[in-house]
Design a binder for this molecule. Structure first.
Ligand code: 13P
Ligand code: SF4
Length: 332
């Protein structure tokens, strides 16, 4: 399903303007208590949202921590597919996201009809899908993966198993290279992680020869092969603590720099530059649609609410549960 594009006005809400000088943080806290709501946030959210979240993490941690939440309302500050995953894991709870337009170019690059055709054209394969997919794609999948556990999950299949991997061609190629497999790849990508400039990164490495390049596997092949360390958002964060280096060029969405600076204030972090240095496009425009104001309004009006058709949710739950089972030894 494409991200639902519906605004507050289309929904018919006439929101009173948020009063000037309101203490948003206090109001959000009050609403959370009143409504028994919990706020989850992905590492790509703005610093102010990360700092008030009850639960924060990368895609895997958010899926793991979504299991067994006791609140009545879960507000997920992230993007639509993350809200769907939380809803699938919590069918009886109200799951909210701050903005329906917070989609994902990678998830949108894999539409259900096209993917179903691709599977029909290539029978006899196990289907491994990145969590950055709609519920409909997950419903056609054998095991879901995130960037944290993709290698481990793919390695859990016999070496000669035929596998279709979608939708991220960069993560898929990276896993193929790491495992020596030849998984059939869907040709999708994240427009944020594909933006990093090889030339500018090489220039930075010349200026700071002591700096480690650390990169997310959604980046293009030429960045991955140059990188000193490749890992998911959470893996990049923990790598900084383990490495002897003091300076890092970080090739992923810039939101994680906030946690990196909080956890390791003595390290110098340089955001890897995108090809167009004026575009600010190592910020995910979808992730950054979320604001404290929208979080306040969402809690107040209990909208936008994420819903997944029960028959789709039931099918999509199996590959998510399979992933969670295979990832039990990964820290939450
Ligand atoms: P992780 O949270 O698995 O690092 O994924 C990154 C991402 O692009 C999320 O949309
Ligand atoms: Fe999607 Fe890329 Fe944004 Fe993650 S960073 S939500 S993969 S568009």
């Amino acid at each position: 399903m494409m991200t639902v594009k519906q605004t507050w006005q289309e929904k018919g809400y006439v929101c009173e303007p948020i009063p000037e000088g309101i203490d948003l943080l206090a109001e959000i806290e009050k609403l959370k208590k009143q409504k028994n709501a919990v706020l989850m946030a992905h590492y790509y959210q703005t610093a102010d949202i990360q700092d008030i979240a009850d639960i924060i993490g990368d895609s895997l941690a958010l899926a793991q921590k979504a299991v067994g939440i006791q609140a009545d309302i879960i507000l997920l500050a992230g993007v639509h597919f993350m809200g769907e995953t939380v809803k699938i894991l919590n069918p009886d709870k109200k799951v909210l996201i701050p903005d329906f337009n917070a989609g994902c170019s990678l998830a949108d690059s894999c539409q259900p009809d096209d993917f179903a055709r691709f599977l029909a054209q290539n029978p006899g394969h196990k289907v491994v899908s990145y969590v950055n997919t709609s519920a409909e794609i997950k419903a056609m999948t054998d095991v879901v993966v995130t960037s944290t556990n993709a290698l481990q999950v793919v390695n859990s299949f016999p070496k000669d198993e035929k596998i279709i991997f979608g939708p991220d061609r960069n993560l898929g190629s990276y896993i193929n290279a790491q495992t020596g497999r030849q998984m059939l790849l869907w040709d999708g990508a994240c427009h944020v992680h594909e933006q990093f400039s090889l030339e500018k990164i090489i220039d930075l490495k010349k200026t700071y020869p002591d700096a480690e390049l650390i990169a997310h596997p959604e980046c293009k092949h030429q960045i991955i092969v140059l990188a000193d360390f490749v890992g998911s958002t959470a893996a990049l964060l923990s790598h900084i603590g383990k490495s002897k280096a003091k300076r890092f060029i970080v090739a992923t969405e810039s939101g994680i720099l906030h946690q990196m600076r909080k956890s390791f204030p003595d390290r110098e972090l340089i955001a890897a530059p995108p090809i167009d240095s004026t575009c600010g496009c190592n910020n995910c425009n979808f992730m950054k649609l979320n604001t404290l104001e929208k979080i306040y309004l969402t809690l107040k009006y209990e909208w936008p609410e994420v819903n997944v058709a029960p028959e789709v949710a039931a099918k999509a739950r199996r590959p998510i549960d399979a992933m969670l089972e295979l990832s039990k030894n990964f820290a939450k």
